[in-house]
Design a protein around this ligand. Sequence first.
Ligand code: ADP
Ligand code: MG
Length: 617
Amino acid sequence: MADIIQLLPDHVANQIAAGEVVQRPASVVKELLENAIDAGSQNIKLIIKDAGKTLIQVIDDGKGMSVTDARLSFERHATSKIRTADDLFQLNTKGFRGEALASIAAIAHVELKTKQEQDEVGTTLVIEGSDVKSQDVVVTPKGTSIAVKNLFFNIPARRNFLKSNAVETRHIIDEFHRVALAHPNIGFVMFHNGSESFNLPISNYRQRIVNIFGNKTNERLVPVDEDTEVLKISGFVGKPEFAKKTRGEQFFFVNNRFIKSAYLNHAIGSAFEGLLKDGAHASYFLNLTVNPQTIDINIHPTKTEIKFDDEHTLYAILRSAVKHSLGQFNIAPVLDFERDANLDTPYSYQQKGTPSVTVDSNFNPFADEKISKGNTTNTVSYKKEPTANWESLYVGLESKGNTSQQDFGEVHFESEQENTSVFSDINAIEQKQSTYQFHNKYIVSTIKSGLLLIDQNRAHQRVLYEDFLKHITVKEGMSQQLLFPLELHFSPQEIEIIKELKNDLEHTGFVFQTLEKEKIEITGVPVMVPESEVSIILEQLISDVENEVPDSHFSATDLLAKSMAKSLAIKTGQSLTTVEQEHLVNSLFACKEPNVSPVNRATFITMTVDELDKKFV
Ligand code: ADP
Ligand code: MG
């Protein structure tokens, strides 16, 4: 049989390589910015049109290229940055593979202009899908400009796979931030569709962070500095009280290269242990400098992961450096963020043995039916909310400095007995109601065929979600005017997200007076939203958008409704009056899809008499 193996033509090989290097417009942005940095530029300008789908251009004032280099730079494996394999372990440039320009030129229309300082004139090259269309002499300033147009023009499948402009822009901005944060000594400007989105002058690191994330960031930064033989750390962590629900502001740079490392992230997490609210993530902007010989950045094609020789040591140093900074800047542990002071009382009463009995009208008899009623001899005072028990226990134990399992169990037992005694007192009062709240979490009601158990939080989310969706689509949300405008501060990027959702937010009842680079002023809020909750709701919304990245207008609306429903819904642990319980049950069953929460979790379960009977066999 004849031989069948052939070498692929270059343009095909390049197109295949492009699949790895260029996933989306943001990948091109990253490669071009990194090349500009490697060229020793002082100022770099990024110009984007239509989220990079139409144009991505990077203009630098770096060292430029000679005529021959300009032509060679688009060849695969053509690089000026390494010469031998050993150089791979001495890298101090961003690039080294020599693949980026060849890959980009294989799948786009590229226009290069470049000139070295000492030359009178420069070179311009036009390449379309790896074909050099023209090469000329050009008058151009020192440095390089590369314009990439019509990305994926010859791979329609890839082009169709691109996400909405909002999503692609966010990816581009993320890359821009990473590069700009790693190089405060270089000035960056970014234009999108003709308007300036960022202008970051040469500055120190702190100013760079503030210029990107907004003025309010300044007071939130705690410096971290550590210099050891194996690792030098400099940068900042965010004060714990400003920690975000999103992982957005977490940046590690190793030798000026942005990296992701779950392991090192864990080191920071453990340094913050006990300082963060549940679900909150510490912010950090940390530069790690290590000997290039002790890392391998070669393991990932897009180079955001690297391998360290001695990760354990780095972990330990990083953790202790961050801990030390937090301690030094007097950031004392704040364990009791949102604790209700009321919860502290019962246990201390109990310890003193104050002999009074408080009757609780919210108390839920259903919960205790299974407990023997005989014991009414307790003299311990008990307040409201039986479900708060575990929390009050926790408080008590904490003050004793004792967390042994045994104590926990013992106290819990007492509290149940106590409930029983209260139960017998109020049994008569509550007999008429058709719903019961159980553990401040479930509402129990009866239906013809048996029992209905409703999760109060999920049910309320469903009700609010359908409400918000309706308001947004019919554009008729009721607004309440605020006495004084509410001023809130966000980073420019966060403001962008709010801007994207502005119309929808207005339909729910928000009224924005100002929506500027870092500041918003709100003069009206939806009727059901308390003023004090507004900033929390918006922060949650931004975090949800950042994490889920809505893809179309429809899903953005949906996300807004979900996010607001989540923020405003009755929480687990909240006690409800009988009227509130009934209202919630009725509203739930007036919904279009009462049986699931907005994120598709069951809102209720039923237990038929048959099922119950079986349990009693
Ligand atoms: P790599 O960066 O891995 O070397 P690239 O394909 O990104 O590979 O670039 C190829 C070569 O082109 C670089 O090694 C560099 O010599 C040259 N080059 C690319 N961009 C620029 C620029 N903005 N200024 C000067 N030289 C550049
Ligand atoms: Mg490169």
